[in-house]
Design a protein around this ligand. Sequence first.
Ligand code: 4NP
Length: 201
Amino acid sequence: MKKTYKYNFCIKFPFYKNQRISKNKTHIYKNLYFISLVLKNMYLCYMKKVLFVCLGNICRSPMAETIMRKLVTEAKMEQDVIVDSAGLISYHEGEEADSRMRMHARRHGYEITHISRPVQEKDFYIFDYIVAMDDSNYDRLTDMAPGLEEEKKVVRMTDYRKSTIADHVPDPYYGGHEGFENVIRILEDTCSGLLEEIVHS
Ligand code: 4NP
């Protein structure tokens, strides 16, 4: 009996009726939001995700990330490739890139905006390419990989060299200005090679 009364009340008062309608709409919006999340995640799966890794994440890997992002933008592939970088130590976590690296980057037309962060286990599941700058980075990353499939994602930056003869990206942190210029030279060549590999994969 109580139920019938409530129902009648609802029919009689349009304001209450409207509330019911708007509740239904909320339901529709919630479903649409859910569907958009599913589609977004499906799209993210299709995108290639690249994580550049060095020791401190304040010199080489943020430089690689910035160069790669510029190449991706120039190739109009922003919808196809995601780039990020991380470090093997958390000592510089939360810091901007090294001021010398940023200064040399600017000379070549790059603006590094990355904030240092350490590599996490979940990165091995998220990213398709985990790109080490040198052999020491490579060994530490393969040791960190949670499984064989994830270990296979670890590659060396210089695996993608086109014209450079370098077999690693040397750490410029304790050296002079030439070291930073050398990093940019090697990374421009190898990031271009990596993007070609992604296009053809
Ligand atoms: P990165 O350079 O690995 O290219 O970022 C370094 C930055 C910091 C340190 C070493 C290397 N450090 O010892 O703090």
